[in-house]
Write a protein that binds this ligand. Structure first.
Ligand SMILES: Cc1cc2nc3c(=O)[nH]c(=O)nc-3n(C[C@H](O)[C@H](O)[C@H](O)COP(=O)(O)O)c2cc1C
Length: 173
């Protein structure tokens, strides 16, 4: 396979990982992935993101109980919470921080770690109170993180022809 094909295959091979080995990835590795996330695009290059690394097991277990789909945090040795300064990018903060989150997830994948994005948007106040996040800052994603202990098969994707239109909405390829 050519280098380009390898890179495209790498992008397609990311999976959400929900089962983790007990040992925690070293902090340097986590910082390496956050370092990459800083290179995500943002409106006016505002970079409204901040990253909270959660190593504390008590705080992590509080996050694990915000809703049932947060349960991967129970066996993840680490969490990284992506939070967003609304005032730094008032129109696009959610998009900017989602961009940083996916950059982080891809960097994690490149480093041989596993992760899953945990929904935050129905539990903003609860998460704010657990992590001491101020009013002008929104938690956009909690990432459960660790060494993968499963290799899930790919989730189905809508076919290309279903998601592409030509020139106007609804006109198929
Ligand atoms: C905004 C967002 C919220 C998500 N919330 C959760 C969640 O709370 N719990 C969970 O286990 N997975 C969550 N996921 C992961 C999705 O279920 C997963 O990305 C999707 O099923 C596709 O699988 P894949 O990531 O392996 O390709 C979330 C993903 C996104 C982008």
């Amino acid at each position: 396979m050519s280098n380009t094909e390898n890179l495209l295959e790498f992008l397609k091979s990311r999976r959400s990982i929900r089962k983790f080995k007990p040992q925690s990835p070293p902090r340097d590795l986590v910082l390496k992935a956050i370092d990459v996330a800083r290179f995500a695009p943002s409106a006016r290059n505002s970079q409204p993101w901040r990253f909270i690394i959660v190593e504390d097991t008590e705080i992590k277990s509080k996050l694990a109980s915000i809703h049932i789909y947060a349960s991967p945090l129970k066996n993840a040795p680490l969490a990284v919470v992506v939070v967003c300064h609304v005032d730094e990018s008032p129109t696009s903060y959610m998009l900017d921080c989602a961009n940083a989150t996916i950059y982080f997830l891809l960097a994690v994948h490149a480093l041989g770690l596993g992760a899953v994005w945990i929904q935050t948007l129905r539990n903003i106040e609860e998460i704010r109170s657990i992590l001491g996040i101020p009013e002008n800052v929104i938690p956009v994603a909690i990432i459960a993180l660790g060494y993968p202990d499963e290799s899930p098969s790919p989730k189905p994707r809508k076919p290309l022809e279903e998601v592409v239109f030509m020139n106007k909405y609804g006109v198929r390829l």
